[in-house]
Design a protein around this ligand. Structure first.
Ligand code: AGP
Length: 610
């Protein structure tokens, strides 16, 4: 989704802004722009398409300035073009604004401003804000105060940055519902919507909270609430290095992140498995673990891949912890009238920790007095900060739009939480130790599957021209079927559906003919024979079958067209293994189709609008 960067200091801001915008490209965008101030002169450059086009244009214009703001736009109101790209500006071109989020009452504000004579150039909701601020400045308010007063009139969400030639030594930022971080340097400061855009310059960050506004100068900053109360902000150290957000020799972030999974899962488990006691230790849940274990119901809420992880979590928790679990799409949960009882615990899963629907669902649950726990990857993200307690997945930055290591580390954390609760309830120390031993072997087993990359690439060659795919699995592997289908459709644009294998007979079987590839996730587990019957049914109708099977399974070969054999583990952990070949299959099909794997069309890494 939209990205924000900004710089104030003694260097030329333009290359810093461009580099920052490039680091935000992974979030998904369709146009970009920068606005800068050089003394009393303000200028801007905008372009449709990639940041590289913006880079060429700003080099051609030869602009240089020590203060600047930059933006990548993902269209919500108005098509992607230069006029709608940010920054937006006032008539005198003395005031520049970039905005993430949605101004919900923009029509009312626009009507009022038009009556005052303001003319609008774009179709965006954001432009209204720059004219509103301008109207306050014309009433002799300083920039900070003009922004603050304007925001008091706004309904909706925003992360904004504003600069003005009238007060050329500051950037004003404010946040509500859209992430915004200040990076603290030596006689220079930065802003960004995502720490990834800052870490090349500083590891010291200040997280803005909702309803806060700040003035940033080259050597200082101050913050207030938009209701005019002074606020002391804490400076945090981010533990992230540049290698983590570069491709490190891989052609795509997605492949790098698939290959990083053994290490990512190791990091998720590190220090959290106590073999002697057969239990998990999760510092982030300290003080809340008993409450969680004693809850009468757990509701897990998430979107997309994180929602698929939640479904696996449902199987885990119900099997081992004996607590009823419901899994909810965050977007549905927030707009119903969900019944939340005092003995319920709510778990919110999000890689980015910024997904608007998940965050809103969390706030609604919190407002109703529920215990809200987060499972997030991005440290310091909004969901992590809003939760009462939680567990980080420690997957490291995930840049590819298609989630891979986020999913397997979410499953690892869900397994840890399950073990923790299960041991507090009825699971014995012996069984706890068995689970731990299996968990410890998972990274190595992933490594083994990754060694099949070439084999999977060859299989992928056969499906470049496919137009449909079916993914089928049962039990723990039903959510994996959904995830495999999502991976394929989001990066290869091939229509794919995931189903519980036995549901095939209730409809999807009608689709099967000699052109329909069907992926069966069929490890040798308690439902293996049933899945084999489903495979027979597809074979009888000439479907093309790809089987993800256990390495010792020789029976399946005669039934399927392609088999991918993977190591076994206990049922609850199997999804961490079975999903890996599906990630690689989707990746190779998309690459062979010549598609932009890391930034698929229309998609954003972190969906920060509804
Ligand atoms: C996964 O490949 C998708 N890009 C998407 O479904 C994603 O999982 C979803 O938007 C949720 O994101 P979050 O985990 O950051 O909340």
């Amino acid at each position: 989704m939209c990205g924000i960067v900004g710089y104030i200091g003694n260097k030329n801001s333009v290359p810093i802004l461009i580099e920052g915008l490039k680091r935000l490209e992974y979030r998904g965008y369709d146009s970009a722009g920068i606005g800068v101030i050089n003394g009393k002169i303000g200028s801007f450059v905008k372009s449709k398409g990639k940041v590289s086009v913006l880079e060429e244009k700003s080099a051609a214009d030869g602009i240089e300035a020590k203060i600047g703001i930059g933006h990548t736009r993902w269209a919500t109101h108005g098509e992607p073009n230069e006029i709608n790209a940010h920054p937006h500006f006032n008539e005198e071109k003395s005031l520049f604004l970039i905005h993430n989020g949605i101004i919900e009452n923009y029509n009312v504000l626009k009507t009022g401003l038009k009556k005052l004579g303001y003319k609008f150039l774009s179709e965006t909701d954001s432009e209204v804000l720059v004219h509103l601020i301008d109207s306050y400045m014309k009433k002799d308010h300083g920039l900070f105060q003009a922004v603050r007063l304007s925001l008091n009139q706004v309904e909706g969400t925003y992360g904004i940055a504003v600069i003005s030639t009238k007060e050329p030594n500051k950037i004003i930022v404010a946040k509500k519902g859209s992430p915004l971080v200040i990076g603290i340097g030596d006689d220079e400061n930065f802003i960004a919507s995502d720490v990834n855009a800052l870490i090349a310059h500083t590891s010291q960050v200040v997280y803005m909270e909702d309803d806060e506004i700040a003035e940033i100068n080259a050597d200082s900053f101050r913050a207030k609430s938009i209701h005019d109360k002074d606020i002391e902000k804490e400076i945090h150290d981010v533990e992230m290095n540049l290698d983590e957000i570069t491709k490190g020799g891989y052609p795509h972030f997605m492949l790098k992140e698939i290959m990083e999974q053994p290490e990512a899962v190791r990091n998720s488990l590190r220090g959290r498995l106590l073999l002697d006691e057969g239990i998990a230790r999760l510092g982030g849940l300290q003080g809340f673990a008993d409450r969680l274990a004693n809850s009468k119901r757990i509701i897990i809420t998430a979107c997309g891949t994180s929602w698929h992880a939640a479904l696996v979590g449902e199987y885990m928790l119900e099997q081992f912890a004996g607590i009823p679990v419901e899994v909810e799409y965050a977007s549905e949960f927030r707009y119903r009238n969900p019944i939340i009882n005092k003995d319920d615990a709510l778990l919110f899963i999000s890689q980015s920790g910024e997904t608007a629907d998940t965050l809103a669902a969390l706030k609604e649950a919190k407002r109703r007095g529920a215990l809200v726990l987060g499972i997030c990857n991005a440290v310091g993200s909004s969901i992590a900060r809003e939760s009462h307690a939680g567990v980080y997945t420690h997957a490291g930055p995930e840049i590819g739009v298609a989630s891979t290591k986020a999913f397997t580390t979410q499953l690892s954390v869900l397994a840890l939480i399950t073990l923790l609760i299960a041991r507090k309830k009825h699971v014995s120390i012996v069984d706890g130790k068995e689970i731990i031993k299996e968990m410890q072997q998972i990274p190595e087993k992933i490594e083994k599957i990754l060694q099949m990359n070439d084999e999977i690439e060859k299989i992928a060659e056969n499906f470049v021209d496919s137009t449909n795919f079916l993914y089928l699995g049962r039990g723990y592997n039903f959510p994996v079927a959904l995830e495999g289908a999502l991976k394929l459709k989001e990066i290869s644009y091939i229509h794919a559906e995931g189903y519980p294998a036995a549901e095939m007979k209730h409809g999807p079987i009608a689709l099967i003919d000699e052109n329909m590839p069907v992926v069966f996730i069929a490890p040798t587990d308690s439902v293996y024979d049933k899945v084999i019957s489903n495979i027979e049914e597809v074979k009888a109708r000439k479907g093309i079958i790809i089987g993800i099977a256990s390495e010792n399974d020789n029976k399946i070969d005669s039934l399927v067209d392609y088999s991918i054999k993977i190591p076994d583990t206990i049922r609850m952990l199997m999804p961490i293994l079975t999903v890996i070949p599906l990630q690689l299959l989707a990746y190779h099909v998309a690459v062979k189709k010549g598609l932009n794997v890391d930034q698929p069309r229309n998609l954003a890494k972190s969906v920060t609008v509804e």
